[in-house]
Design a protein around this ligand. Sequence first.
Ligand SMILES: Nc1ncnc2c1ncn2[C@@H]1O[C@H](COP(=O)(O)OP(=O)(O)OP(=O)(O)O)[C@@H](O)[C@H]1O
Length: 353
Amino acid sequence: MIKLENINVNYHDKQGHILQAVNNVNLHIQKGEIFGIVGYSGAGKSTLVRVINLLQKPQSGKVIVNHQDLMNLNEKQLRATRKKIGMIFQHFNLMNSRTVHGNVLYPLRDAKLTKQEKEQKIQQLLELVGLADKRDMYPSQLSGGQKQRVAIARALANDPEIVLCDEATSALDPKNTQAILKLLKEVNQKLGITMVLITHEMDVVKEICHKVAVMEKGRVIEVGKIVDIFSHPKQSLTQDFIYTASNIELAYQNIFDHPLLANKLQNDCLFELHYIGHNSFNPFISELYRRYQTEVTILYSDIEIIQNQPVGNLIALITSESTPIEKIENYLRQQNISMSRLNALQHENYYLI
Ligand SMILES: Nc1ncnc2c1ncn2[C@@H]1O[C@H](COP(=O)(O)OP(=O)(O)OP(=O)(O)O)[C@@H](O)[C@H]1O
């Protein structure tokens, strides 16, 4: 559906220096997917997402949407294509002088529909986003979450095939964030709209995306299905993002600060285990004891359901007197449980070895 090939975007700063905001990016986004692009501020996410509808023209590369290279379109063709790509912004970008109804009507001003058809459409959209009773209100009379609902209705007015969401929930409180993510998911499922969602919050990605690309300094450094990325992140930046979206970092702090654990940490091996799918329910801890008389003390554990798959994380002390730890690692690997040993003595800056 969307193919970005070798995209490069450069900016010039006031001193005339070139800044490479997007550096040779290749992405393939399938029809009907919710695709997340995550990265810290300045990574190039907004620039990249604006390339998809050519609001930002790249210096080089191909932007292919529905088998059409947008770089080859003339202005009129591009305007028609852009109508099929809706956009939602962090700060809603509503017109304050128009009512909710007026904001949703605006993108329909040139549509080849009768007045009655337009009214019917607006009514349907306002019902979809749960704002039918607010149609005559002005943006200043709405909460942030309600404003974003208006923005979503407006983005859907021209029956887009793609919706680009630029930090759509970053200005909202946690409750409204959840409600807007739920609505976006519904829109994706009911209308089959492909969504590209940029954010600096891995929690948002975890909640609704099917796939994610991680960006750093203009480059895509890792891309994959959510479950794979969360269970086996390859890059340390990806791991950082995942840690911030879980309680694992706090768990480490508590573990290393705990006076009773300090001695134990000197003698026993501390491990981080990750597993996905059915393994989350396998009684592997009792199995380790039965097979190898190995004791596992769980210091932290959680199981999340990501894209309908259980994903488990565990921090545990493993005491194995008679069996070499390599044998245990081997056994767990056979169960598709990945295991990393932590050097507990370096706990100021704990690290995986
Ligand atoms: N119009 C511009 N002129 C010059 N530099 C720009 C322009 N727009 C963005 N940049 C720079 O390009 C880089 C990428 O910016 P971009 O906004 O795409 O990143 P981002 O990941 O979306 O960040 P944020 O989450 O803060 O919006 C940054 O260093 C930014 O300062």
